[in-house]
Design a protein around this ligand. Structure first.
Ligand SMILES: [Zn+2]
Length: 169
């Protein structure tokens, strides 16, 4: 079993988020505040909301010590992102995945990658309009997904296990 590296998260004033590496005033707290602004924007307008799931997943996977700090949360975060990136957010697969994730099972504790993509919430926050926001979120998500390349197979394996729940018989 691998354990998540203990990381000394700097919660005080800082110019860099220790999770995603964004240069941002307030460090992690500043990064989270910016993320909440972006989410507010997405909920306010449907033209922004179309990529909300991607925004949420990309941010989660870039901040694993904040949002995927237990084996179960890691599995849920990785599976959701895999479902979005590799299964086109298929509704039927999503339903079996939700069921599969609700079962208790001994998930492995997994160490996230140390580099988690060059783009961050800052680039998304600075998008000048909705079409550009959508484009930036997709590019950001693709970068994060690339950074998790070594974990994609595990995400796919878990989703394929969840799909067996719906097999006839
Ligand atoms: Zn961050």
């Amino acid at each position: 079993m691998v354990t998540i590296d203990p990381i000394s998260l700097n919660r005080g004033p800082s110019s860099r988020c220790p999770e995603c590496g964004a240069r941002i005033s307030g460090g992690l707290a500043g990064c989270e505040a910016m993320y909440h602004e972006v989410v507010k924007r997405e909920f306010a307008e449907s033209t922004y909301f179309v990529v909300h799931n991607l925004t949420e997943s990309a941010y989660t996977l870039q901040h694993p010590h904040e949002h995927m700090y237990t084996p179960r949360l890691f599995a849920a975060g990785l599976c959701k992102f895999t479902w979005l990136m590799e299964y086109r957010a298929d509704a039927i697969i999503g339903e079996s995945l939700k069921q599969w994730l609700s079962f208790e099972r001994p998930y492995e504790l997994i160490t996230p990658p140390s580099f988690r993509g060059g783009l961050t919430i800052v680039e998304v926050y600075n998008a000048p309009n909705a079409p550009n926001h959508v484009k930036r979120v997709k590019r950001w998500a693709a970068e994060v997904w690339d950074a998790y390349a070594a974990y994609q197979g595990l995400g796919i394996t878990w989703i394929e296990q969840s799909r067996k729940l719906n097999l006839p018989g």
